[in-house]
Ligand binder design. Structure first.
Ligand code: GDP
Length: 460
């Protein structure tokens, strides 16, 4: 099993996916062009193609996990996770808190839970990159006056952080620094997302399709260790819901997000992917029920889903949706709700949501800390994965392209493109560096350029 084999097989898997995005969206486009009787034939063709595409994907998944490759990947992933957890532990529990370099992260960012936790994760990355022990200051937390330690295990044995100086160009000369929000961070360490550590990179690539997501997942794994009461509450909630595989997690972000930060997506758009998931599963397995766990900040979503899709079993904590609404959002009750929703979403077999939502991205990150490789266990209706405040996400052209129409870019192999998004219809959009021109191109003609950086290794 070699790295080249791994990289090529991931490329092929991606091409199988992109074939579906391309063909299905072209067929849907024909709806207004082809007369009705003819269009029915077209739909039949699409369903035949769907089956072929899914069988190919399935067989391909089996092929790449043959000959104990899965076992090899699982054990490598576990080994690496143990190394990273130990490194973080060492950093977070220095021999002497009095002399250790520290970084204070305030939990007072004026935004939602997912956004706040991403702030903590960003603090953690900067702390790790600069050899500092991270301390969370949760005084004045808008979700709970009880603070971080009422919900999660302490992240460090160090407590004292009175002498913190604001992060700046002289940060290295201060023993304790306090971080601003990511948009106001100057200077920015080179290890900012989506950078991955050089000494582990080639090994991570052997088992994971998106090395940064694995890396951030390791910080989630360290950070989100629930207190026993909360853990019990989540476990009982899952049991009461009848949580069981196969299960798809759908998160529908509505209320205050719509038209400000994201577009409205109808429930049908989410269920389209759920339906495809179960169709693929049915090719090779029999299962009792088509289960869907729904999380949302809008109570009406569950009612609509049940009415429109009676053949599915919907699991949802509707009490949570009530407290997730904007008017009741910042409370302990709402906090319990969003924590358990994210945790349960992260335990599903497939996550269908919008990556523009931090709740959705967090569930995906945590999901990836629980599997050897869950990088493909998602369908985002909008953005590709990103980490707020990240450096430019660069990709490299792997196949040449001649622009078809004015909106497309001409591409040469090796060109660098800053990716802006995937339209999930075969096309992606990005900024071609050489011409500083933004345009469209086939999504399967590019590949990520990983930002590989040196990270200091915490010493015992
Ligand atoms: P974003 O606004 O979707 O990017 O995510 P944030 O986490 O920053 O803010 C949204 C907040 O709304 C969350 O933290 C929750 O308090 C609430 N919320 C949004 N979606 C859900 C959901 O699916 N379940 C629950 N329980 N709360 C949600």
């Amino acid at each position: 099993h070699s790295l080249n084999y791994e990289v090529l097989s991931r490329r092929i898997f991606n091409q199988i996916r992109e074939m579906w995005f391309l063909i299905s969206s072209q067929v849907k486009r024909m709806k207004n062009i082809v007369p009705k009787p003819g269009y029915e034939d077209v739909l039949n063709f699409l369903d035949t193609y769907r089956e072929l595409n899914q069988i190919t994907e399935r067989d391909f998944e089996e092929l790449v996990s043959m000959d104990s490759v899965s076992e090899y990947k699982d054990s490598l992933a576990l080994e690496l996770s143990n190394i990273v957890q130990k490194r973080i532990f060492t950093l977070q529990n220095p021999k002497s808190c009095d002399t250790a370099k520290k970084l204070v992260c305030s939990l007072n960012k004026g935004c939602g839970y997912g956004c706040q936790m991403h702030h903590v994760l960003y603090c953690f990355i900067v702390a790790y990159s600069t050899g500092r022990t991270m301390i969370i200051d949760s005084s004045g937390w808008r979700y709970s006056s009880k603070g971080w330690d009422a919900y999660f295990e302490s992240v460090t044995s160090c407590k004292d952080f009175q002498e913190a100086k604001e992060w700046g160009y002289d940060h290295a000369s201060h023993q304790v620094v306090h971080l601003p929000i990511v948009d106001a961070l100057f200077p920015r360490p080179s290890q900012m997302p989506q950078a991955v550590p050089k000494d582990l990179f080639d090994q991570i690539r052997m088992f994971h399709g998106h090395p940064f997501v694995w890396w951030i997942g390791q910080f989630c794994k360290y950070l989100f260790k629930y207190k026993p009461d909360l853990q019990r509450e989540i476990t009982e909630k899952k049991k009461a819901l009848g949580f069981k595989s196969p299960i798809v997690g759908v998160q529908i972000r509505r209320t205050d997000k719509i038209n400000l930060e994201a577009a409205y997506h109808d429930i049908d758009e989410y269920m389209y992917w759920v339906d495809l998931y179960y169709k693929k599963l049915a090719i090779s397995k029999s299962f009792d029920k088509k289960r869907v766990f729904i999380a949302s900040d809008d109570t009406s979503v569950l009612i609509e889903a049940k009415k429109k899709y009676p053949e599915y079993e919907f699991l949802s904590d509707s009490g949570v949706s009530e407290s997730a609404k904007v008017s009741r959002r910042y409370s302990d009750e709402s906090l319990h709700g969003v924590i358990s929703d994210i945790e349960i979403l992260s335990d599903t077999d497939l996550l269908v949501c919008t990556f523009s939502s931090q709740v959705c991205r967090m569930a995906y990150e945590i999901m990836n800390s629980k599997h050897t490789d869950a990088s493909q266990h998602f369908r985002s209706l909008d953005d590709i994965y990103y980490f707020g405040g990240q450096q430019e996400h660069k990709t490299r052209v792997i196949w040449p392209h001649t622009a078809k129409g004015r909106s497309e870019l001409d591409l040469r192999v090796g060109d660098v493109i800053g990716i802006a998004g995937n339209h999930w219809n075969g096309q992606a959009k990005g900024l071609l560096h050489s011409l500083q021109k933004t345009g469209l191109f086939p999504a399967y003609k590019i590949e990520d350029i990983h930002d590989v950086e040196e990270f200091p290794v915490p010493k015992e």
